[in-house]
Design a protein around this ligand. Structure first.
Ligand code: HEM
Length: 519
């Protein structure tokens, strides 16, 4: 052991009482007296390769709940231990910032709620959270239903034509339509049309993903910045989105100026229930840049995450017919032919468990990113200021000693009449929406959104992988960027996509959708 350790042992043998030693050594013992964090050496290539957290999962089984991943001069702490995760996210959250994440997302989210830290974050969080009140979420249930109904109509047409359908891109469009309306009352209508603005949103999303895996910040290279066609396209897309947002803010301001409604806690304009409308009506005193950053952040946060959850859920369902059958039974008996209401959310218990379990197996994002702002103690280890930390939600959610049959899709693992699983009642072994002060503000919104979509789709259709479909794979190198999943990519293997042909009605009048994965 270290010198102070030996010295302390020596004094102890001489009979100096422990209390005195404790007091003395509190002042003397440096970090060298703490055990060294286990180290795994790798190449940056290993992190950048596909299947990014599959290797992290294997390293976790070897090195344990916290280890240091070293590549060249850089290192990352990988945390997969629930108590350490709780410490970082909740108990000592003040000592951590968003670090790398804020740097990567700066070009698109600026000081929006996800990357923001410190005082800006505190003020914005306090302004925005009240907008997602009960009445707002209730109103959103009908929005979810209407949007999903448009998707059903589209699938019906495809089913009649015997066409395969790529469900991943349809889910991406569904959730884009929903979040546009919810956040700033804009109808992307992307299930029907491909407008410039939809394309601009995807251009920006893709850029954020590319930056998150780039070995050097190519977007900062002086001349390259001005001549790269790709960056020009990104800048044009950002400009279009910003103009659109400015326009929406102006329209909304006029509406607020003209309306008679008194502002109160559960304030909501029926014609425009959006979060933007709430913020403007609340007299939110904020720069237009900050407002745009927040809107953009919510657009991105609420879009690809929900789309990925739906895609994975249908992939899982297509592999477990018994779960699908049970799910369809519940939906038939609770909903029949109706559109879902807020009361149904309590009754669709099994549907909710399916979403809970899908979020366990495929958390979005699979990794939470932090940087230490000061020295801290994690478990029995001491860390310095400025450490970059990846909390692997993926590892937490698949820990073989915590979960029975960790890799199995088993919604029954959550009791139907038990509480909805969350990070508190699962003690940070399950944290699909994060935890502590930076927890997702859209958790209820997103849960209801996915429950409504799943319920309405399985009531009408059966889903199966299309014949001859290539095996499903993940695009894992993208996933260290928390908020984006690639929507279409011709160079990488893609996650679940579903194709559909073969139109057979089952005896409940459901139609078969054949899913498959492709490139
Ligand atoms: C934060 C997950 C949907 C808005 C987070 C975090 C997670 C998460 C894990 C914590 C990030 C961290 O600690 O670093 C999800 C999932 C969703 C979803 C799985 C869908 C299934 C939404 C929606 C909205 C939203 C619909 C929009 C209303 C946000 C915001 C934050 C956040 C603004 C940052 C909160 C803060 O830092 O104070 N989300 N989210 N999310 N989410 Fe979500």
């Amino acid at each position: 052991s270290s010198f102070p350790g030996q010295f302390r042992n020596g004094l102890s043998k001489l009979g100096v009482p422990d209390e005195v030693l404790g007091f003395l050594f509190k002042w003397m013992v440096g970090p060298e007296d703490y055990p060294r964090i286990p180290e795994a050496k790798g190449s940056i290539g290993a992190i950048r390769s596909e299947a990014f957290f599959i290797p992290l999962y294997r390293l976790y089984l070897t090195y344990g709940g916290i280890f240091r991943l070293i590549f060249g001069p850089k290192s990352l702490l990988i945390v997969s231990d629930p108590l350490i995760a709780k410490h970082i996210l909740k108990d000592n959250s003040k000592a951590y910032s968003k670090g790398i994440l804020a740097e990567i997302l700066d070009f698109v989210m600026g000081k929006g709620l996800i990357p923001a830290d410190g005082e800006i974050w505190r003020v914005r969080r306090r302004a925005i959270v009240p907008a997602l009140h009960q009445k707002f979420v209730g109103k959103m249930i009908s929005l979810f239903g209407e949007a999903t109904d448009r998707l059903c109509i589209k699938l019906d047409v495809a089913a009649s034509d015997g066409e395969d359908v790529e469900m991943e891109s349809l889910f991406s469009r569904l959730t884009l339509d929903i979040i546009g309306k919810a956040v700033f009352n804009y109808d992307f209508d992307s299930l029907k049309v491909d407008t410039g603005i939809v394309e601009a949103v995807y251009t920006v999303l893709r850029e954020a993903e590319d930056r998150s895996v780039a070995p050097i910040p190519f977007w900062e290279i002086p001349i390259w910045k001005d001549i790269s066609p790709k960056l020009k396209k990104v800048n044009a897309a950002l400009k279009l989105i910003n103009e659109t947002l400015n326009n929406l803010i102006a329209i909304c301001k006029r509406m607020v100026d003209e309306e008679e409604l008194q502002f109160h806690e559960e304030y909501m304009n029926e014609q425009d229930p959006s979060i933007l409308h709430f913020l403007l009506a609340s007299g939110d005193d904020v720069s237009s840049k900050q407002l745009r950053d927040d809107l953009m952040t919510m657009l991105i946060a609420g879009h690809e995450t929900s789309a990925a959850v739906l895609t994975w859920t249908f992939y899982l369902l297509s592999k477990e017919p018994s779960v699908m059958a049970k799910l369809q039974n519940e939906v038939d008996s609770v909903l029949g032919d109706r559109f879902p209401t807020i009361d149904d959310m309590k009754k669709l218990k099994y549907t909710t468990r399916v979403i809970n379990e899908s979020l366990r197996l495929y958390p979005q994002p699979p990794i939470l990113i932090r940087r230490s702002l000061e020295e801290d103690t994690l478990g029995k280890y001491r860390i310095k200021r400025g450490e970059d930390i990846f909390i692997s939600v993926w590892n937490l959610h698949r820990c073989p000693s915590h979960w029975e049959d960790a890799d199995k899709f088993n919604p029954e693992r959550w009791a139907l009449d038990g509480p909805n699983p969350n990070e508190s009642n699962q003690n940070f072994s399950y944290l699909p929406f994060g935890g502590g002060p930076r927890k997702c503000i859209g958790d209820m919104f997103a849960t209801f959104e996915t429950v409504v979509a799943v319920a309405m789709l399985v009531r009408r259709f059966d889903f199966q992988m299309a014949l001859g479909a290539p095996p499903v794979s993940r695009n894992d190198n993208r996933s260290n960027n928390s908020y984006n999943r690639r929507f279409e990519d011709d160079s990488c293997a893609k996650e679940t996509t579903f194709n559909h042909h073969n139109i057979t009605d089952d005896n409940c009048g459901r139609r078969f959708i054949n899913n498959h994965s492709n490139d």
